[in-house]
Design a protein around this ligand. Structure first.
Ligand SMILES: [Fe+2]
Length: 427
C-alpha cells in the first residue's frame, strides 16, 4: 500500500520562543546562536557543512546525501558571513548559500534542549493513576491511544463485541504495524481450549502467574503486548500491572547498590523448546523458533543510567557465566529480591479484571505484570500478540513528525528525543 502523506501546515502558527533565533554570529570556526529564551548554542561549521539537511547536500527525493561526505577527503570549511532571515540561518558552507532550519538546530543541541518540555514524554504513574480508556471507534479514528501508550505504558480499548474480537484486534494492531510473528493461520495465542502440553507454559494454566515481563530471552523482547479477552465465564482473575520504570527509579534511589547490580551483572535468559501454542498447532516450525538465549541485565539502562528494558522472568533464568563468585551471586539474589519487593508494592500497580471485549495494550519493556489464580470453574479465552520495537518506534516517529510539521529531509536522522522536542515547538 502506498502511504500518502498529507502535509498539514498552518501559516498562522507561532513557534515557541525556544525555537526562535534572537541573533546569530560567527566566532572563529563556530556559528553562535542566541535564542529568544536567551539560551545559547554553538555549532562547528564543519559539523554544519556535513549535517545540514539542505537541498545542496541531500537529494530531494531520497533524502540521502548526494555526495556522501565520509568518502571525501576532509576539508576545513571557511565561512565569513552568517545571516538570519525568517528564522532561518543563511550561510555559505562552501557550495553557495544554504538555509538551515532553526528548529532543527535547536533540537540538535543536547546541552540546552533536552530539558525542554517534550511532546508526550514518558510519565511515571502517580499514586492516583488509573488506566486511560478509549472506545474502539476512538482508537480507530484517532492516534491518541498510541501517544498514551508511549506516555504511560498501558491503555485499554473497550467496546468491542467478542464476536468481532479477532477482526477488530487485527485492525487495532494494524494502526501500529505488522505483528512480531507471522506464522499462519494466526499469531494469536488461544488459551482455551487448553493446549495439551500446558505444563510447558505456565501462562496457560490456572495457577497464579508471578510478576514477569514477556519473552525476555530475546535480544530485544517484544515491545508492545496486546491482551484481548474473547470469553469469560465464572469468576474473573485479577491482572496486575506494575510501572517497572517507576519501581526501578525508586530502587535506584533507595537501594543504589541493588540497582547497580541488576543493571550491570550479566545473566543468562533462555528457552529451548517451542511455546505451547506452537507445539499444539499443526504447523511445522523451523528451528529458529526453538532455541533462544541472551546474556543481559535484569534492568537494561540507557546512556544516562535510566531504565530502558526490564527483564523479569524467573522461568527463563538460566544462571551466570562461570566467572561469578559466590559473594557476587549472593548480592545478586538480594538485589533481585529487593526489586521484586518493590514491584509488588501497591503504589506502583494498577489492577483490572479483563472483561470480554476489552483489549489491554502494554509496553512490555516497561511494565511488569502478574495474574491471580483462575478458579477451576472459570472459562476464559484470551488472545495475545506482540509488536516489535522497531515497528513501534517507526510509528511513533511518524506521529511526532506529523506534529512537528517539518519537511521529511529535516526529520530524517533525528532521534526520538529530538522528534519529541520538535513535536512540541508550536505555541
Ligand atoms: Fe505475560
Amino acid at each position: 500500500m502506498l502511504l500518502v502523506v498529507e502535509k498539514k501546515t498552518n501559516m498562522n502558527k507561532v513557534l515557541k520562543k525556544e525555537f526562535q533565533v534572537k541573533s546569530v554570529s560567527l566566532s572563529g570556526k563556530n556559528v553562535e546562536i542566541v535564542w529568544q529564551d536567551n539560551c545559547q548554542s554553538s555549532f562547528d561549521v564543519n559539523w554544519l557543512q556535513m549535517s545540514t539537511r539542505s537541498s545542496k547536500k541531500f537529494s530531494a527525493d531520497s533524502y540521502e546525501y548526494t555526495d556522501c561526505p565520509i568518502y571525501n577527503t576532509f576539508q576545513e570549511v571557511a565561512v565569513d558571513k552568517v545571516q538570519l532571515s525568517n528564522n532561518k540561518i543563511l550561510i555559505d558552507l562552501g557550495s553557495g548559500i544554504e538555509e538551515i532550519d532553526a528548529s532543527w538546530l535547536r533540537a540538535q543541541d543536547a546541552t540546552i534542549s533536552y530539558s525542554l518540555p517534550a511532546f508526550e514524554e514518558k510519565v511515571q504513574w502517580s499514586n492516583s493513576f488509573s488506566i486511560l480508556e478509549h472506545s474502539y471507534d476512538e482508537a480507530i479514528e484517532s492516534n491518541q491511544w498510541i501517544s498514551d501508550l508511549d506516555k504511560f505504558g498501558i491503555v485499554k480499548i473497550k467496546g468491542v463485541s467478542p464476536d468481532d474480537l479477532e477482526e477488530k484486534l487485527d485492525k487495532i494492531t494494524k494502526k501500529v504495524g505488522v505483528l512480531r510473528r507471522r506464522f499462519h493461520p494466526t499469531d494469536i495465542n488461544v488459551i482455551e481450549p487448553k493446549p495439551n502440553n500446558i505444563s510447558l507454559d505456565k501462562a496457560y494454566t490456572g495457577g497464579t502467574l508471578e510478576y514477569h515481563t514477556d519473552a525476555p530471552y530475546y535480544d530485544l523482547p517484544p515491545k508492545i503486548a496486546f491482551l484481548a479477552c474473547k470469553k469469560l465465564e465464572g469468576e474473573p482473575p485479577i491482572n496486575y500491572f506494575c510501572d517497572g520504570f517507576k519501581a526501578a527509579s525508586e530502587l535506584k534511589e533507595t537501594h543504589k547498590e541493588a540497582y547497580n547490580i541488576l543493571s550491570t551483572y550479566l545473566v543468562n535468559l533462555a528457552r529451548r523448546r517451542l511455546r505451547s501454542h506452537q507445539e499444539d498447532s499443526s504447523i511445522e516450525h523451523s528451528l529458529y523458533s526453538w532455541d533462544t538465549h541472551t546474556l543481559t541485565n535484569i534492568i537494561v539502562t540507557n546512556g544516562f543510567g535510566e531504565p530502558e528494558i526490564i527483564r523479569i522472568h524467573s522461568r527463563s533464568f538460566s544462571g551466570f557465566t562461570s566467572d561469578y563468585s559466590g559473594i557476587q551471586i549472593k548480592k545478586f539474589i538480594e538485589a533481585y529480591g529487593s526489586f521484586i519487593d518493590l514491584i509488588k508494592q501497591d503504589r506502583f500497580n494498577v489492577q483490572m479484571k479483563l472483561e470480554p471485549g476489552n483489549i489491554v495494550i502494554i509496553d512490555n519493556h516497561r511494565l511488569v505484570h502478574a495474574r491471580s489464580k483462575i478458579q477451576g470453574n472459570t472459562a476464559r479465552m484470551i488472545y495475545s500478540c506482540y509488536i516489535d520495537e522497531y515497528i513501534w518506534n517507526s510509528r511513533l516517529r511518524f506521529l511526532l513528525g506529523e506534529r512537528a510539521e517539518m519537511d521529511d529531509v529535516w526529520l530524517r536522522g533525528c532521534t526520538i528525543d529530538q522528534l519529541k522536542i520538535l513535536a512540541n515547538r508550536w505555541e
